[in-house]
Ligand binder design. Structure first.
Ligand code: G1P
Ligand code: ZN
Length: 542
């Protein structure tokens, strides 16, 4: 066995963000860049010798090359076994499920999620722990610390492994199993949802359309919706492509335009959904109807006992801080706990492990449960289909009925992408400096009830995460929130989140942007967004 020790020097920019290390492909293609980070992962793992590691990615450009490098480095670092997805493919939720099912030590997932792919696009890598969830901050900090002092990495000199055949083979002392990345996941879904009822619904002429956006969920969606549930032809853009067909694999009303056209056209199907690059996000649509991710979480929570996997009720729910408070109202009624966490799925891990929360969600099209430790796009789609089969009503009717019961939380997020980093930081600093004196301040009809920089104390391990976004809450229950993205790779992205609460059912039919206009104007006034970003309009409104 020929293990080479290669001398290297640190890269200063290898600090993982909201979800792993995400950079442009060209950054990752620099000599030693990927290797340094991978060695830092192995160096920061204790007792990983002889252990099993799961490996796969969303199929984007550079996925295959990176997998070959990581496998050879794993072999050189004493890993016992690698379970790698066929063709290097594994959706993020499937990786989480496979780590758990195989009781693996952890997993390495290659994805830049919803960021564009291709030679000019982005690439990413993240480490998941034994629970199947993203590494918590103490692990990512240790990885970063190692990356800052690294002086060499280890790699096995060997030929490439054929990733396109289900085989068991060896790399040096390490066993490599090329596994089917779909089957274990599909079986898990069958254990949670009433596939028979959904099959019946589909047989009764219920039409659905699932847009995989040429990303990782294609093979999963074809297997589950077309093969197992009998919805032939339901999957759109189902072929995973290294550049996602030139698209931006982010399931929202702007980027999932193929699906939006179908769902808002004549003779639209009853149900539509889209997934992102690595399959953890989802967008839910009805015939000519958009369900906000925050409302989706609330509806799933309210209807959970209709689904076999959740029929005994929920231990609690959790949402990220900027996610709307719609689910809080359901939790209140169900008399279960509702946790508010910082942005990023890793903060849900402890709550799920400790059985404090069963369902979790983020406004950024992420929903999931304790079945894995990642958000899960196709799981959310199946949850909706199960509810639709059980209730026999349309998506729109179910959501409107929900608003009638709980009131409606009008909600929107405005993103200002690729703005100047320094100016964006200044905007946040300026807001931060004003927080202390804002409470009680009157802005037109709005009185500030609280203004703070969100800080989270994890109720399980007591860890504290500060500076997680600026919240300004008003006495009428509405809120505006400001954050800088932790996943962007170019300049800064300012996110403005706006929410208001309307209990009166006769006022539930307003256009969201119109309903929120006074608050959007107020956010502009308070933060001087135009001046700082030099933009008249947000880049994306969801
Ligand atoms: C974004 C989303 C966040 C999500 C993350 C990873 O992070 O806002 O909810 O968990 O992507 O998918 P951000 O760019 O805002 O830091
Ligand atoms: Zn994703």
């Amino acid at each position: 066995m020929n293990i080479r020790t290669v001398a290297t020097t640190p890269f200063s920019d290898q600090k993982p963000g909201t979800s792993g290390l995400r950079k442009s492909v060209t950054t990752f293609q620099q000599p030693h860049y990927l290797e340094n980070f991978v060695q830092s992962i192995f160096d920061s793992l204790k007792d990983c010798a002889g252990q099993t590691i799961v490996l796969g990615g969303d199929g984007r450009y550079y996925n295959r090359e990176a997998i070959q490098v990581i496998m050879k480095m794993a072999a050189a670092n004493g890993i016992g076994r690698i379970l790698v997805g066929k063709s290097g493919i594994m959706s993020t939720p499937a990786a989480s499920a496979i780590i758990r099912q195989y009781k693996a030590y952890g997993g390495i997932i290659l994805s830049a999620s919803h960021n564009p792919g291709g030679p000019e696009g982005d690439f990413g890598i993240k480490y998941n722990i034994t629970s199947g969830g993203p590494a918590p901050e103490k692990v990512t900090e240790a990885i970063f610390a190692h990356s800052q002092t690294i002086d060499s990495y280890k790699i096995l000199e060997a030929g490439d492994i054929n990733l396109d055949k289900l085989t068991v083979t060896r790399l040096g002392e390490m066993s490599v199993e090329v596994i089917d990345p779909v089957e274990p996941y599909a079986r898990l879904m069958e254990s949670l949802f009433d596939f028979d009822s959904i099959r019946k619904l589909i047989k009764n002429d219920f039409k659905l359309c699932v847009d995989s956006m040429h990303a990782v969920t294609g093979p999963y969606a074809k297997d589950i919706f077309e093969k197992r549930l009998g919805a032939s032809g339901a999957v759109l853009n189902g072929e995973p492509l290294p550049d996602f067909g030139g698209g931006h694999p982010d399931p929202n009303l702007v980027y999932a335009h193929d699906l939006v056209e179908i769902m808002f056209g004549d003779n639209a199907p009853d149900f539509g959904a889209a997934s992102d690059g690595d399959g953890d996000r989802n967008m839910i649509l009805g015939n000519n109807f958009f369900v906000t991710p925050s409302d989706s979480l609330a509806v799933l929570t309210a209807n959970a006992t209709l689904v076999p996997g959740y029929q005994d009720g929920l231990a609690g729910v959790a949402r990220s801080m900027p996610t709307s408070e719609a689910v809080d109202r359901v939790a209140d009624k169900l008399n279960i706990a509702c946790y508010e966490t910082p942005t990023g799925w890793k903060f849900f891990g402890n709550l799920l492990d400790a059985d404090k929360a069963t369902l979790c969600g983020e406004e950024s099209f992420g929903t999931g449960s304790n079945h894995v430790r990642e958000k899960d796009g196709l799981w959310a789609v199946l949850f909706w289909l199960n509810i639709l089969a059980a209730r026999g009503e349309s998506v729109e009717a179910i959501v409107k009925d929900h608003w009638k019961t709980y009131g409606r939380n009008y909600y929107s997020r405005h993103d200002y992408e690729e703005v100047d980093q320094e100016r964006a930081t200044e905007l946040m600093e300026r807001l931060r400096s004003r927080l202390g004196t804002m409470t009680g301040e009157q802005f037109g009809g709005y009185e500030v009830k609280y203004a703070d920089d969100f800080s989270y104390s994890d109720p399980v391990d007591g860890s504290v995460s500060k500076n997680q976004g600026i919240r300004i809450g008003f006495t009428d229950g509405s809120r505006i929130v400001f954050r800088l993205s932790g996943t962007g790779t170019k300049g800064a992205t300012l996110r403005l989140y706006v929410e208001s609460y309307e209990p009166d059912a006769s006022k539930h039919e307003l256009d969201t942007q119109l309903a929120l206009k006074p608050l959007i104007d107020l956010a502009q006034e308070i933060a001087q967004i135009k001046e700082y970003t030099q933009r008249d309009q947000p880049t994306v409104i969801t």
